[in-house]
Design a protein around this ligand. Sequence first.
Ligand SMILES: *Cc1c(COP(=O)(O)O)cnc(C)c1O
Length: 401
Amino acid sequence: MSKKEDQAWGFATRAVRAGQRRTSEGEQSEPIFTTSSFVFADAEEAAERFSGRQPGNIYSRFTNPTVNAFERRLAALEGGQSCVATASGMAAILATCMALLETGDRLLVANGVFGSTMVLFDNYLSRFGIEIERLPLTDLSAWEAAIDSRTRMLFIETPANPLAEVADIAAFAELAHRHDCQLVVDNTVATAALQRPLALGADIVVLSATKYIDGQGRCVGGAVVGSQETVGEAVLGFLRTAGTSMSPFNGWVFLKGLETLSLRMQAHSRNALALAEWLAAQSQIEHVYYAGLPTHPQHLLARQQQEGFGGLVAFDVPGGQAGAWRFIDATQLLSVTANLGDTRTTITHPATTTHGRLTAEARATAGIGDGLVRVAVGLEDVRDLQTDLQRGLDALENIVS
Ligand SMILES: *Cc1c(COP(=O)(O)O)cnc(C)c1O
């Protein structure tokens, strides 16, 4: 029923075709299997399935055909052998750590990774005897110096949110493997459409599907991609027991999202570059953080490693928190929400929202200033976005920095 998949398919073809297994109904678009369990032909088949001797579905906490279709398609796009879908991006990160780390291990993590990731590591993993050390994303020699024989995992996010710092994934992978560590890359911000960390040597990709994979701000979900042994066995093993699985409905939404991911990422990148250039030309803006600008310290690396610079633009306004809030409150079109990867442009104040649970010191180390504003550029007309940001600029008049 389904056409044979071809390893040589290009990215766009895989995005719309990979992973589909038509049922005997001959449906063109994938159905949603809303069933919690699956029926066996007889008691013997049930026993065979439960023992693992016979492959097949048992219960939707373990596997579900709709979720599996999403997993196969995302694996094909990220270029991994295996993909496991999770209830959220955080569940993907938790499952990866629970599957691969144990008491006494050291985990090195980049400063400025997603706020909840840092809280998960600092407040929870550390309670189970996993030692966490934070390091600057763009200083590889500091990582080299910090690795010891107990270090098991290097965890980075590139491009980093919200400051758009870019790490050299191939160099990180080389360092990790020289010391017998695994490199985990959070690929939420670039997505497979703009960057494929596994092809650059990373061992595992984790991501929040909530963002660009959904792309329309509807569902929460995540995924882990990597080898059969680490992801298909170790991570899946944890997940099916712990129960942070993806729902079939969300799996279906994300499956459909993958079909337009590449087109959307190109449009997000185009709009964001136009706004970043415009913001950089405004005298009231103190600094613009966007890797597409030639002034960005990792501009060349981003050009080489990514197929686009993505949709996140951050900038410093004068007046600290008061200035940032005044700017945000003056906008009329932009949504004041912390989500990103939506068709609708969103605006947020990282210091009091996404990064608000960090200590002031941790925020300062991560470079998140009080006057920092982040815009996740959507798919509206750039002209309308510019008009709205101009309202923010106008509200900054007579603020002194
Ligand atoms: C949102 C996000 C996460 C967490 O994903 P959820 O789906 O919200 O749990 C992890 N990493 C990055 C970079 C994110 O933006």
